[in-house]
Structure formats: structure tokens, C-alpha cells
Design a protein around this ligand. Structure first.
Ligand code: AMP
Length: 301
């Protein structure tokens, strides 16, 4: 595995691979790896000749009062993890490497970025699409792996790639969860023990939503209220709870087809997001919470 910091070096690695008829799998991240990130690397490793992981805490996607300065970082540990997952190239640029000048050119995906996380973070998705467009431009033709944990981000980036005819195939990978159901996130590092226990109820309230739909509820507002109530019962204050069409985050009159229940809640200082997707065909409901990891056995020796 090699670690590169220069755009020209990453571009050359990817171009050389394609010249040799190798395929490129790309995993963009902000680092501080957990199993969620590693699952994307494994998916890319299983399907491509050259696997590239990028680690860049992108200032453009943080608002002025957000956690850019305190965002958890551990590049040495990330390099070890990437190597363990069989990554070929880690791209870890500096901020001046990515933005030698203030970015006056940005990418904006209209509409899809207005609601959900976009409502409270009005500049966030422009930051994401701008940096991802740069990464797609540097890497070139590839398959990019994104987590369904950041469901709106996946929908937004997929639309950007389609609208701009970028030569990138997008793959959405399952949400990876802790054994108790909490979605893995680098920001979970901010949680105290008490906050961590409260945060679990993000998952249990999504489970309540799935149970309601499984029991025949088809009214989005009632499912939304169910999540709010379940969260509130455990001291969770939701920034939003939305029940939307999964393909384009459109509003629903009735729950049918592929639907996402997406939430955000700030617990302590950690703004956490999560979702569950469901496929509803008549009375049949198939629920996708992603992957719940198994607790490590405690050593008995
Ligand atoms: P981040 O470093 O948080 O920007 O995340 C980098 C990529 O990892 C994004 O595509 C995320 O959606 C994905 N990711 C983060 N957490 C998880 C998770 N728990 N399960 C699956 N993918 C995740």
C-alpha cells in the first residue's frame, strides 16, 4: 500500500491502473475508521483491481459553528486499518493541496439538499458535492462506494454524478451498526457513557417505525410521530424525523414502495444521523437496518 498526499500522484496511480486495464474502486472518507468505513473498503477490494481510500476532513462541508476543529483524527491508525483491508492507495491530502485558493467554484445539487440534514446544515451538501466532484475528477473512471448510513448524501452524490455525466458508478453499502444497534460513526467518540446509552434509542425508535409499518401503518405522519414519541420517551430530541421515498427523498402521501425513515438527533455534542429503509409491496414489508456487528467475546484467560 502507498500513501500519497499529492493530487498528481493519485491521478497518476489511477491512470496507470486503467492503462493496464485494471478497474478502480474508490472509498471517500474523513478518516477515523470504524467497521462502517472498513466495510466499504472490503466491498471495493472484492470488486476492483486498484482500491483507493481518501482521507480528508473537508472544511467546506462544516458550518461555522460545527465540529471541524475537534473532528476525531488518527491518520497512523487509519493507515494500518486500510492496509489490513487490502487498500492499495491511501490519499491523505492537506487542506492547501485540495484548496490552494478559496473555492469560488462549488457544486450545488438543487432540491435534494433542501430538507433533512440540509435544513439545519445549509452549506453542508455543497461542501460534500464540491469535494466529491474534485475526487471523482482526480480519480477518473471508477466505482465509488458510499455508506447508506448517510442516506441523503448518497442520493445527492448519485444525482450529481448522473447530472454531470461523471464516469463514476455509485454503490450504496449497508449501514454498519454496533452490537446494540447504534449506527457506527466517527462522532460516536464524542459520547459519554450516559449519552451513549441514550443514543441507542435512535435505533430503537427506528425499530418502532419498522414495527408500525410491519403492523400495517401506512400514514407517514403517524410513523413519524411514532419515532418522535419513542425517542422522547428516552430523552432524545430529534432535529428531524422524515419518512420519504428512498429514490429521490420525495414526500409521500402513503407509505408504499421503497421508503426511508431518516432521523437526526444531537446527543451531548454529537450530531448523529441514522435511517432504516423498507420495501413495501402491498401487505409485505421488508426492512433493511443494515448489518449489526457481533460483540467481541470477552477474554476469559
Ligand atoms: P465519513 O468518514 O463519516 O465521511 O464516512 C465516509 C463513508 O463511510 C461515507 O460513505 C459514509 O456513509 C460511510 N459510513 C460512515 N459510517 C458508516 C456506517 N456506520 N455504515 C456504513 N457506512 C458508513
Amino acid at each position: 500500500m502507498i500513501v500519497v498526499e499529492r493530487i498528481t500522484d493519485l491521478r497518476e496511480q489511477c491512470e496507470a491502473a486503467r492503462r493496464a486495464d485494471a478497474t478502480v474502486g474508490l472509498v471517500p472518507t474523513m478518516g477515523f475508521f470504524h467497521e462502517g468505513h472498513r466495510s466499504l473498503m472490503r466491498a471495493a477490494r472484492a470488486n476492483h483491481d486498484l482500491v483507493v481510500t481518501t482521507i480528508f476532513v473537508n472544511p467546506l462541508q462544516f458550518g461555522p459553528d460545527e465540529d471541524l476543529a475537534g473532528y476525531p483524527r488518527d491518520l497512523p491508525a487509519d493507515i494500518v486499518a486500510a492496509e489490513t483491508e487490502g487498500v492499495d492507495v491511501v490519499f491523505a491530502p492537506s487542506v492547501p493541496e485540495m484548496y490552494p485558493e478559496p473555492a469560488v467554484t462549488t457544486v450545488h445539487v438543487a432540491g435534494l439538499t433542501d430538507g433533512l440534514c440540509g435544513a439545519a446544515r445549509p452549506t453542508h451538501f455543497d461542501g460534500v458535492t464540491t469535494v466529491v466532484a474534485k475526487l471523482f475528477s482526480i480519480v477518473g473512471a471508477c466505482t465509488a462506494y458510499f455508506g447508506r448510513k448517510d442516506f441523503q448524501q448518497l442520493v445527492v452524490v448519485r444525482r450529481m454524478a448522473a447530472d454531470l455525466d461523471l464516469p463514476v458508478e455509485m454503490v450504496g453499502c449497508p449501514v454498519v451498526r454496533e452490537p446494540d444497534g447504534l449506527a457506527m460513526s466517527s462522532r460516536n467518540a464524542y459520547l459519554s457513557t450516559e449519552e451513549r446509552e441514550r443514543a441507542i434509542h435512535i435505533f430503537t425508535s427506528l425499530r418502532a417505525a419498522a414495527a408500525a409499518v410491519g403492523g400495517g401503518e401506512r400514514d407517514p405522519e403517524r410513523v413519524r410521530a411514532r419515532v418522535e414519541t419513542e425517542g422522547a420517551r428516552h430523552g432524545l430530541d430529534y432535529e428531524y424525523v422524515e419518512v420519504r421515498r428512498a429514490s429521490d427523498l420525495g414526500a409521500l402521501e402513503s407509505i408504499n414502495g421503497e421508503v426511508v425513515v431518516a432521523v437526526a438527533s444531537t446527543v451531548g455534542t454529537a450530531r448523529l444521523i441514522d435511517n432504516v429503509t423498507m420495501q413495501i409491496t402491498g401487505a409485505e414489508v421488508s426492512v433493511d437496518f443494515g448489518v449489526i456487528t457481533v460483540a467481541e467475546q470477552e477474554s476469559t484467560s
